[in-house]
Design a protein around this ligand. Structure first.
Ligand code: FES
Length: 116
């Protein structure tokens, strides 16, 4: 039997590789997970639209913790990449996913074309 389908509007990944864990990414992941639970933003909560997953290296090891987000927009797949992420930044990204608003610019990295 296939798993139950939960509609999501965005997927956030937080690196849990060694360099990022050395900079607190495990605690960041747990804090964001708790926030999504508490505020009802998690995809499995009624009205929640955010999926959160641990990931391997996201390619900015010296600037972690790193986070990336993907979401479908009317213009296509949007992605955002963030370095030196703290809880306020992660929370702002999650809220933008939940609200369908613009992704925050603070702490973004990567080529300009990935910026929306
Ligand atoms: S270890 Fe996190 S980006 Fe490489």
């Amino acid at each position: 039997m296939p798993p139950k389908f939960y509609p999501t509007s965005g997927h956030i990944l937080i690196c849990q590789n060694n360099n990022c864990q050395g900079r607190g990414s495990a605690l960041l992941y747990k804090a964001l997970w708790n926030h999504l639970e508490r505020e009802g933003l998690a995809y499995y909560k009624k009205g929640g639209k955010v999926r959160l997953t641990e990931s391997g290296c996201l390619g900015a090891c010296s600037y972690g913790p790193t986070l990336c987000v993907y979401r479908q927009t009317p213009q296509g797949l949007e992605e955002g990449w963030y370095a030196a992420v703290d809880f306020p930044v992660a929370k702002a990204v999650a809220q933008a996913v939940q609200d369908g608003s613009e992704l925050p610019e603070a702490h973004k990295y990567g080529p300009e074309q990935q910026r929306s």
